[in-house]
Write a protein that binds this ligand. Structure first.
Ligand code: DGJ
Length: 741
């Protein structure tokens, strides 16, 4: 039984073989947090963990009593989870336990994406009702423990039973108190084309946070907070991961108090947020996923990957092999016509590529980024047969057809704007800030959502479209909901997300066979909220292999390989001008959902042969790359960052591919070795290298090797002969194929 309640000590124990989560109704009725970490025995009450005869905060102001859902104004001076402005203007809240119920399974959250179970036995949930009598407020906390994952899911619902409205000013999805502050905070931070780099800092007294305030989870930070011990590695040591299933403004924060304890909180960013709670109505927070690992960051990632791949992504594309795509963006940008596209597609089909994606520029009068967003009808000057005509011709070539859209946007030069200028987000009396020459549609309006559903359904219904790349190229400025009253403008950003999720939900239900890929100027909205609708995301506009190693490594801290679209592009690279070998670009993109984003008609015969071989190589191992266990071996964020290595291992450990990458060649490397992980120590593996070649490294590793040897001694990754080492050059990659015999 994963959730036990000891009535005498009023202690909840959520437990499986991997983790325990303990909380207790304290003497004064508040809900105290006792523990979250490695599994504890089911015996015993653990009530003594909150050792003092706790009498509330009456006598011990500011002392760190761990609380499950802390509120402001009653003596806990740390950051709160909940702030509600009541009709008398006060924000003081003191939540007391009222009741609880446990049940099998996991409830959905109205209007919001969340993880799910397929069978009730996969998880158990406890709903705990806390109330504040003077405020006439009810708070329901939901905790779900999965039967066989080191995961606890949390969310909260806040309901007013007052006669008059009150305002929720802060409602976190989770708050987690830890008894010490000896943690390093790991965040995924960066910028456009440099997303999700690993940034670490030691927790210090006070608050440290990352977040977003511009309407999307963002390029700058990811809604993820990891705490690890100084000594934690990929394989050993403790780590917590808190991840928010949400795509809008978020806050991920850790506070260290005067007593050296720490509190992490994660949820919608309270900055700029205020939600009017009408009598009887409920506000639901997004879901927070809490993972604990006692075996390093690798196990933490394993848990996130499996959960997000198998119980957050949904629909037929959750488990189906993802197609290898050719995308015309970097091949043509806006400069194309039907003939050019068909030449690209037919050339790609000859190489074994499976799906053609028509990117930006196919609609309205769009020849640059300064017009036509919103006018989702084909530009007949470019595509005389319209989308339908092009899609049918692409299908006749043996490829499936996919299309780019950016539904949340409108250009000022567009028919849509001429007809509905009021649909663009903005404050009536102020100029609107342009970003990429475009404005954002007000997704908090139901008429906008309804209109977009109609328009996009029409597009998807008219032509054989198998794939949609849903882009979002600017963030929100002058936030203001056109249909919201002045006192409810603090709801705008969240209502935007609710509208966006509704649209995604309706479209993915109406077109279940379509594979959706989310995108936001590259990886500006790579988050679990999007993955609930679009099982893969365009990882970054950065297609350079060296930069991609870092981006994909960072992303893999929480997100599975099946969620990372990764394309091979032309050189010199369009983002950084770097020239890397074609094999290195492919070896990097293989550890993602593979695609090509170049003009295949411009390739030399030798390059074409290479690409055809790459596509065949990937397809033959597609299941392994897309759904195998991803094991990180050598970090581009450690040391001089010159080397990266990782591997994909099949669930039965009979097959694996390890990738080793070296940015710059260095003199006198010596015969360095790469130790693998996750193999069967007792098995023998046949080792071969890719790209195939007769060099000394390939020869030295070829043959049968024991799993124990591969994990303890490893593979040679630098030639022993200095003359050969000198010839290697920069930006090299090598894959090692392992097959148990
Ligand atoms: C940004 C995306 O990340 C690119 O891949 C491309 O689709 C452009 N937008 C098109 O405008």
């Amino acid at each position: 039984m994963p959730i036990a309640f000891d009535a005498q000590s009023r202690t909840f124990h959520l437990r499986n073989a991997q983790v325990s989560y303990l909380m207790r109704v304290l003497e004064n009725g508040t809900l105290g947090h006792l523990y979250f970490g490695g599994a504890l025995s089911a015996k015993g009450s653990y009530a003594h963990v909150s050792s003092r005869e706790f009498l509330g905060f009456d006598n011990r102001l500011g002392e760190p009593i761990p609380l499950e859902y802390p509120t402001a104004g009653i003596g806990d001076q740390r950051v709160p989870a909940l702030v509600v402005r009541q009709p008398d203007g006060a924000t003081v809240l003191d939540l007391r336990y009222a009741s609880h119920r446990t049940f099998q399974g996991k409830p959905a959250i109205p209007g919001l994406p969340s993880t799910y179970v397929q069978a009730h036995e996969e998880a158990e949930t406890v709903e705990i009702l806390l109330t504040d009598t003077p405020a006439n407020l009810e708070v329901r906390l939901y905790y779900t423990i999965f039967a066989d994952r080191p995961v606890v899911s949390r969310s909260a619902r806040i309901r007013s039973v007052h006669r008059v409205p009150q305002a929720v000013l802060c409602a976190m999805s989770a708050s987690l108190d830890l008894p010490d502050a000896d943690w390093r905070l790991v965040s995924l931070s960066g910028a456009w084309a440099r997303e999700r780099q690993i940034v670490e800092r030691q927790l210090e007294p006070g608050c440290q946070s990352v977040g977003s305030r511009h309407g999307a989870s963002g390029h700058q930070h990811n809604p993820l907070l990891i705490l690890r011990r100084e000594t934690t590695t990929e394989e050993h040591g403790e780590a917590y991961g808190l991840s928010l299933v949400y795509s809008g403004n978020f806050l991920a924060e850790a506070e260290v108090d005067a007593y050296g304890t720490s509190r992490a909180r994660l949820g919608i960013n309270p900055d700029g947020f205020a939600w009017t709670l009408d009598p009887g109505l409920e506000f639901c927070t997004p879901e927070a996923i809490l993972v604990y690992s006692g075996e390093g960051l690798g196990s933490l990632a394993d848990a996130f990957h499996a959960l997000y791949r198998d119980r957050l992504a949904r629909g037929v594309w959750r488990d189906a092999p993802r197609p290898v795509v050719i995308n015309n963006w970097e091949a043509t940008y806006y400069d194309f016509d039907e003939q050019k596209l068909l030449a690209i597609a037919s050339s790609a089909a000859e190489l074994g590529i499976e799906l053609f994606v028509l990117d930006d520029g196919w609609f309205g009068q769009r020849d640059s980024d300064n017009s036509s967003l919103g006018d989702w009808t084909a530009n007949l000057a470019k595509l005389p047969g319209g989308i339908e005509g092009l899609a049918r011709q692409i299908e006749a070539l043996g490829l499936r057809f996919g299309i780019w859209i950016e539904p949340e946007m409108v250009s000022q030069r567009s028919r849509l704007f001429a007809e509905h200028a009021d649909w663009a987000v903005g404050v009536p009396a102020r100029p609107r800030t342009q970003g990429r020459n475009q404005l954002v549609l007000d997704m908090s309006r139901s008429d906008v959502v309804q209109y977009l559903f109609g328009t996009l359904s029409d597009l998807l219904g008219r032509a054989p479209i198998s794939y949609v790349k849903w882009d979002m190229n600017r963030t929100i400025t002058e936030p203001y909901g056109g249909t919201l009253p002045p006192d409810r403008q603090g709801e705008f950003f969240h209502r935007y997300m609710l509208g966006l999720y509704e649209l995604y939900d309706r479209l993915t239900r109406a077109f279940p066979q379509v594979l959706f890929e989310s995108c936001a100027g590259g990886g500006g909205r790579f988050d679990p909220g999007m993955l609930a609708f679009a099982p893969q995301t365009w990882t970054s506009d950065q297609t350079d292999a060296v930069e991609r190693l870092k981006i994909q490594w960072g992303t893999s801290l929480a997100y599975p390989v099946s969620s990372m679209a990764a394309h091979v592009s032309a050189v010199p690279n369009h983002q950084v001008g770097r020239i890397t070998p074609l094999s290195t670009r492919a070896a990097t993109a293989f550890f993602g959902v593979l695609g090509y984003e170049l003009d295949p008609t411009a390739l030399t015969p030798d390059e074409r042969a290479q690409v055809a071989e790459q596509v065949a190589y990937y397809k033959e191992r597609r299941e392994l790359f897309q759904r195998g266990r991803f094991v990180r071996l050598r970090s581009p964020f450690e040391g001089d960052g010159n080397e990266t290595a990782w591997m994909a291992v099949s669930p039965d450990r009979r097959r694996a591919v390890a990738g080793h990458y070296r940015a710059l060649n260095r003199p006198n490397l010596g015969p360095s070795r790469l130790r693998l992980r996750g193999l069967d120590a007792a098995a023998s593996y046949r080792v071969s290298t890719w790209p195939a070649g007769e060099d000394a490294v390939a020869a030295a590793n070829a043959g049968l090797r024991g799993g124990d040897e591969l994990m303890r001694i490893g593979l040679l990754v630098s030639p022993e002969d200095p003359t050969e080492a000198r010839r290697l050059g920069d930006f090299t990659a090598r894959l090692f194929d392992l097959e148990a015999v």
